[in-house]
Write a protein that binds this ligand. Structure first.
Ligand code: PLP
Length: 459
């Protein structure tokens, strides 16, 4: 083992020991869970080394694990809980559905939800409700292919768009697919482009076979490397001129950057937009919304009048999810009107600055990106660019996130996101900055800070 490697291992051992010392019940539960749930969890990112935590409850910005440890929750179940845990309006909306049963045919609540989405999202001329972000992306791309009669979709390097096989490619700077089981043919219709490289995008679009350009306007997965309004206007213009559709994946940006999502934040209305996560504020729901003429391809009453795209789902309009989404959209509209989004973004920026200062005061190079209620750190003294940060090794950063777990801050080591909810106040931000300082005092991050950055990246 090389010298730098052994220093990383020593740091890891110290952090894992502290983690084990306070999470005995989670450890025991993981042993039990792994005998039934594969890996002891219900999804790849829910697992982290040395074993994942198991949670009992949440309230507001806080969550408690089964050992009784309390955490400021910056995971928020993958950015779903934008109002915070157990927001009374969401809880009472769900409780209110019990009297009518959980599923009836063509529940009128779905229309109410679609109308509310229309009211806050300029792209939403028509809406199709469905179950998840993955389904929403899959369906939007199908609609785009049906509408344009073209087969290929542009995806940017470093973005995550759910677990459809065709989207599990180019999650970092490389063109490789993520994990086994994704065939070359599954990703053959996905063309990768470098975000911000307009010459390259122009060349790709010139071929005339592009149905859609898909973008997460927050560029969240690779670290919140969002463009500005001009970037998205330019992508939109190029896309339109090439006869393709612009699809905003608003699974992360939707309702987080503004009530109307990235489309109102940047002032660019895409042809189609997809939603999930904060849309249901913790309940399982997603949506595709977009131009009436494009969405018409999914209109079953017109199936003989032009291209028709099949889209269905048994749980598309489960009542408690729809009710929760209605309540969530009401909250977001009210928060947008009273300036709460700006206050929350300022809080996120203060968190990023505080964390950066904690590293800087110990001579460790760190910078941060903050966008809306989201923060990401980069432990590097290299350039503050997407290109550079896509290529760095985040192992030490992930260890920092694990160290934070031992000081009462919940994020997922490996994903390394700080998501804020509207329940996160200044107190929570102060708590997290203090926790970061405590973690940096207890664990010797300075010993690994000068280790040359290796090129690596994993989802
Ligand atoms: C930008 C983006 N799109 C799509 C998805 C997929 O959403 P889901 O996990 O609901 O399938 C995610 C999930 O993290 C996401 O971040």
């Amino acid at each position: 083992m090389t010298e730098p490697e052994s220093r990383i291992r020593a740091l890891e051992a110290a952090i894992f020991n502290a983690y084990r010392a306070r999470t005995a019940a989670s450890r025991a539960w993981h042993d039990r869970a792994a005998r039934s749930l594969v890996g002891g969890v219900s999804g790849t990112v829910r697992y982290f080394h040395p074993y994942p935590l198991y949670f009992a409850e949440g309230q507001g910005a806080w969550a408690s694990d089964i050992d009784g440890n309390r955490y400021v929750d910056h995971f928020l179940c993958g950015a779903c809980l934008l109002p915070g845990h157990r927001h009374p309006a969401i809880m009472s909306a769900i409780a209110g559905t019990h009297a009518h049963g959980s599923l009836v045919l063509n529940d009128r609540l779905s229309t109410e939800l679609a109308e509310r989405l229309q009211a806050i999202a300029p792209a939403a001329e028509r809406v199709r409700l469905l179950n998840s972000g993955t389904e929403a992306v899959m369906s939007a791309l199908r609609f785009a292919r049906a509408f344009t009669g073209r087969a290929v979709v542009v995806k940017f390097h470093g973005t995550y768009h759910g677990q459809g096989d065709d989207m599990l490619v180019g999650l970092d700077a490389r063109a490789r697919s993520l994990g086994a089981g994704v065939t070359d043919s599954a990703v053959a219709g996905t063309r990768l482009a470098e975000f911000g490289n307009f010459d390259q995008l122009g060349i790709i679009l010139e071929r005339g076979d592009i149905a859609a350009v898909l973008v997460d306007p927050s560029m969240h997965h690779c670290g919140l490397w969002a463009g500005d309004a001009e970037t998205y206007r330019r992508i939109q213009k190029m896309t339109r001129e090439a006869g393709a559709l612009l699809v905003f994946d608003e699974v992360i940006s939707g309702f987080r950057l503004a009530a109307g999502g990235a489309q109102t934040y940047f002032g660019v209305t895409p042809d189609l937009a997809v939603y999930a996560k904060a849309f249901g504020a913790g309940e399982k729901i997603g949506a595709v919304a977009g131009r009436a003429d494009v969405m018409a391809v999914a209109d079953p009453s017109r199936r003989t009048q032009g291209p028709f795209a099949f889209q269905s789902g048994t749980g598309n309009d489960v009542r408690n999810s729809v009710a929760a989404a209605i309540a969530a959209l009401e909250l977001y509209a009210a928060w947008d009107a009273d300036g709460a989004y700006r206050a929350l973004a300022a809080r996120a920026d203060r968190l990023g600055q505080g964390l950066q200062n904690a590293f800087a005061s110990r001579g460790i190079a760190c910078h941060y990106n903050a966008l809306g209620p989201m923060v990401r750190l980069f432990l590097t003294d290299g350039p503050k660019t997407l290109k550079h940060c896509l290529s760095i090794d985040n192992r030490v950063l992930s260890l920092f996130h694990c160290a934070l777990l031992t000081d009462g801050v919940l994020t997922i080591p490996g994903s390394n996101d700080f998501f804020l909810s509207f329940a996160h106040g200044d107190e929570e931000i102060d708590f997290v900055i203090a926790a970061a300082n405590a973690a940096l005092d207890r664990f010797d991050f300075a010993s690994v800070s000068a280790i040359p950055e290796r090129s690596a990246n994993a989802h």
